[in-house]
Design a binder for this molecule. Structure first.
Ligand code: FEO
Length: 147
């Protein structure tokens, strides 16, 4: 299935967390995880001589930066809204960052395609689980006048 079709289908499964800016960020993350998948598939077709990791690296860098920005934006709004579940939610964000950086470090050090595949599966699983459970807990409890 083409990335665009896959994206259109998968984004329907993302939950509405009640803050449109964060919904948009979740959709953007989904799109870029699927882009990483596409770059990975391109890498998989190349032999060791012609292997070019540039697109994979760019994709991972984008996902890292965008994810960090999104998590920070949520945390700032949770704090400003005096959200009771902040500490627990932030701990989940921190665990994601640790796990993401651990897999990224392995990819940079060993250049194994399996590690990129693991990162893609990890991020996809995290995105759907975290947004449908942890993010949904703040729905209706954040101060939207501060967005
Ligand atoms: Fe949308 Fe808590 O990440």
């Amino acid at each position: 299935m083409r990335r665009e079709d896959l994206y259109q289908q998968a984004k329907e499964s993302l939950c509405d967390v009640g803050v449109e800016r964060f919904n948009e960020a979740h959709r953007e993350l989904l799109y870029h995880i699927l882009l990483l998948q596409e770059h990975l598939e391109a890498v998989l077709t190349l032999d060791d001589q012609t292997l070019d990791w540039k697109l994979v690296d760019q994709s991972i860098d984008f996902l890292e930066t965008y994810t960090l920005e999104h998590l920070k934006a949520e945390e700032v709004l949770m704090v400003a809204s005096h959200y009771a579940g902040y500490a627990e939610h932030k701990a989940e964000h921190e665990k994601l960052i640790v796990d993401f950086l651990e897999i990224k470090g392995r990819i940079m050090a060993s250049r194994k395609k399996e590690d990129v595949s693991e990162l893609k599966d990890f991020l996809l699983g995290w995105l759907f689980k975290h947004t449908s459970c942890t993010d949904m807990e703040y729905k209706g409890k954040l101060d939207l006048s501060l967005v």
